[in-house]
Design a protein around this ligand. Structure first.
Ligand SMILES: *Cc1c(COP(=O)(O)O)cnc(C)c1O
Length: 240
């Protein structure tokens, strides 16, 4: 993809997709009576090359999300080598033995859902970073343990542990609408939990919710960040 013609073609495609996604966000904000700048677009670039990350950065998309450590580390290194400063979000299930690696390049980890991972990340930060790492605690809205996220009282145990870790800064919550749930119901429930969180931790105002298929419902229910892959970059080959 270093060929100039195909690069121009891809830039045109991403430009058109970005305009549509920004329009959708803006219309959803108007419908919700929220200012458009209340919602940050995060591009989920998993499975797509670093060249796409750089093209999107050129179009003003500076928040980028990945869900696999190896792939994310390589793209972050390419962007850094190109002199492009981005905010890297990690949104995948994270194994504790990857905590150190992710802590070197990530700006936000959105998928923290256990006390053990919280401890591992706090230690990793002490080893490899000068500044605290922002963490969103992932909520499981249906309590299904296989799909990641903390549910019930576990959620508050994890948020409190993150908030009291020297190396971590509690930013807020992240969730994916459970399979088979109507998105509005999912994000309404998330908004209730986010309200409870800010009562205990007033600075933890981030609500990361909404993907290509349900960003409107997420914005209606107060998402501050939407995570968009398919609508921006195209269909992925795998189910990731
Ligand atoms: C892949 C992914 C997205 C983006 O999903 P799309 O439907 O492609 O927009 C958002 N959030 C998480 C956690 C993901 O893994």
């Amino acid at each position: 993809m270093t060929d100039q013609t195909s690069d121009d073609g891809r830039r045109a495609e991403l430009t058109a997709n970005l305009r549509q996604v920004r329009d959708r966000i803006e219309r959803a904000c108007v419908a919700a009576g929220r200012p458009p700048e209340a919602v940050t677009l995060t591009a989920v670039t998993k499975t797509y090359p670093a060249s796409d990350v750089l093209l999107l950065a050129g179009l003003g998309v500076l928040d980028v999300a990945e869900n696999k450590d190896q792939e994310a580390a390589a793209k972050a290194a390419e962007a850094r080598a190109a002199g492009v400063r981005l905010r890297w979000h990690f949104v995948g299930q994270l194994q504790r033995n990857k905590a150190k690696s992710v802590a070197t390049y990530a700006d936000v980890i959105e998928s923290v859902d256990s006390l053990r991972l919280t401890t591992a990340l706090d230690r990793a930060v002490a080893a490899v970073r000068d500044e605290p790492l922002e963490v969103l605690v992932q909520v499981s809205l249906d309590g299904d343990p296989d799909r990641g996220g903390a549910a019930g009282d576990d959620l508050w145990r994890v948020t409190d542990a993150v908030a009291s870790s020297d190396g971590l800064r509690l930013g807020g919550l992240m969730a994916v609408a459970p399979l088979g749930w109507e998105a509005g119901r999912a994000f309404e429930r998330l908004a209730e939990l986010a309200g409870r969180l800010t009562t205990a931790h007033p600075g933890a105002t981030t609500v990361s919710a909404g993907m290509s298929g349900d960003l409107e419902a997420a914005v209606l229910h107060g998402a501050t960040h939407v995570r968009i892959g398919t609508s921006l970059l195209g269909m992925r080959n795998s189910l990731r």
